[in-house]
Design a protein around this ligand. Structure first.
Ligand code: PMV
Length: 358
């Protein structure tokens, strides 16, 4: 059993009942029969990466990570618990899902059913306001929104820390999309201790992610599979050994709003993760020639005094992190490159919000 159940008798949600909910998302409210809720969550970009698990079933990461939520980009997910349904159903961007996507959502609903102690199945509808394959990890926002919508729809009240641990079971990086702003997700040996928390509010430092899209096709290898392959790289132990030091350096750089120190550690950490990916067996190369051209352009811009650095997730698109005052110049420089299909611009964003319930 992955985590502790609070009660033993499974419940079916009653047709009508009164709840008094106090949560970070809702004021104290008397609700009739809360069975449906809609949550909105932002994707996040990691400055210090998560790559590899110490426990892949519980998605306990091999090292701690730091990210920033991406404002303006979001996933909205509605969960409706229903005693009438005999299985979970899932609609993504208006299209009914079957096979692997439905299985993954349903497996996450099993975790939530166990924790919430309910037996009902759920209808889940989710939509992203950013293009699929845009190089923005949609699973983080998706599982953050799904988790919080499901808990609120069931009329339950869990604190933010526990919500991050539950989101983590669906997709590791989803833990970081629950709290607001700049977020640290802790590596730990147990489910309860591997949680995420805000380390700086979104307005603490005006960083902006200008995402340069160079390719919109699907990933060479999904991240769940990639995490499992990380240990096959000879470089992963060295990457993990230095992770705590890089995390501390990144936190200090954000605290001091020291862009030079920030750029050094963020680019180094991204390069290390990609070195592990390329040396895993079998290897996976997410960088494409266009990615390398952009990384070089970013370094040149920085040499000219523009406060920008790069980081890449499990894909070829390049996240160019810059200070707000330099964002227009960065965007213009990237838009002028033949390799760039389009750019998306996102400042630091808030945490998960409940936007509807009944
Ligand atoms: O949460 P996952 O399993 O999609 O893994 C995310 C991995 C990276 O995006 C490559 C790095 C990170 O820390 O977000």
């Amino acid at each position: 059993m992955p985590f502790t159940r609070k009660t033993t008798a499974a419940r079916q949600l009653p047709i009508a009942r009164k709840f008094s909910i106090i949560s970070p998302f809702l004021l104290t409210t008397e609700l009739n029969s809360v069975h449906q809720a809609t949550a909105r969550a932002h994707p996040n970009i990691a400055f210090i990466k998560y790559w590899g698990n110490r426990d892949s079933h519980l998605r306990l990461p091999a090292s701690s990570s730091i990210s920033m939520n991406l404002d303006g980009l979001f996933t909205e997910t509605t969960v409706q618990w229903s005693a009438r349904q005999t299985s979970d159903t899932f609609v993504l961007n208006g299209a009914a899902q079957f096979g692997a996507p439905l299985t993954r959502v349903s497996a996450h609903m099993d975790h939530l059913r166990q924790r919430l102690n309910i037996i009902d199945k759920a209808h889940v509808e989710s939509a992203n306001n950013f293009p699929t394959g845009a190089g923005v990890a949609s699973s983080a926002a998706a599982f953050a929104a799904l988790t919080v919508a499901a808990v609120v729809a069931a009329g339950d009240q869990l604190d933010e820390r526990e919500l991050t641990t539950l989101a983590r079971l669906g997709s590791g990086s989803a833990a970081r999309s629950v709290p607001a702003g700049y977020v640290e997700w802790h590596t730990a040996k147990t489910h309860e201790e591997s949680y995420a928390e805000t380390i700086f509010a979104p307005d603490y430092w005006d960083l902006v992610d200008v995402v340069a899209i160079v390719n919109t096709t699907h990933k060479a290898r999904g991240s769940t599979e990639g995490h499992s392959a990380a240990d096959t790289s000879d470089l992963q132990p060295a990457r993990i050994a230095g992770a705590a030091g890089r995390l501390a350096a990144c936190k200090t750089a954000i605290r001091d709003r020291d862009f030079d120190a920030f750029a050094q550690v963020v680019e180094h950490d991204s390069n290390l993760m990609h070195a592990v990916m390329m040396t895993s067996r079998p290897p996976v190369f997410y960088w494409q020639p266009a990615s390398l051209a952009l990384m070089q352009r970013v370094r040149d811009l920085r040499a000219d005094g523009v406060r920008v650095c790069y980081t890449l997730d499990a894909g070829p698109n390049v996240h160019c992190i810059c200070v707000r005052d330099d964002a227009a110049e960065v965007k213009a420089a990237l838009d002028g490159m033949s390799e760039v299909i389009e750019t998306l611009t996102a400042p630091a964003g808030g945490g998960v919000q409940i936007i509807a319930r009944r």
